[in-house]
Design a protein around this ligand. Structure first.
Ligand SMILES: [Zn+2]
Length: 75
């Protein structure tokens, strides 16, 4: 995490090398990151999910749905 309020983001310029730009960290983007972290933390801690049986895990589904919803909200 860089300077407060900003994040570095890769920008595809279409020709030549891309560029790293500083992008404003929006609340929506922070919500996406937070939801992703919550899901990832569960996925790495949960024996069921680690076994690749995430479909049988009742905990991970709402976490994943929340992440997807946050992504849609950030668009
Ligand atoms: Zn799980």
């Amino acid at each position: 995490m860089g300077e407060s309020g900003y994040t570095e983001r890769w920008l595809e310029t279409g020709s030549g090398p891309g560029a790293v730009v500083r992008a404003r960290v929006t609340q929506a983007n922070q919500a996406v990151q937070a939801a992703y972290r919550t899901w990832l933390d569960h996925a790495t801690e949960c024996p069921t999910c680690r076994d690749g049986a995430a479909r049988e895990c009742t905990v991970v589904k709402p976490l994943w749905d929340a992440y997807q919803a946050a992504q849609r909200a950030a668009l």
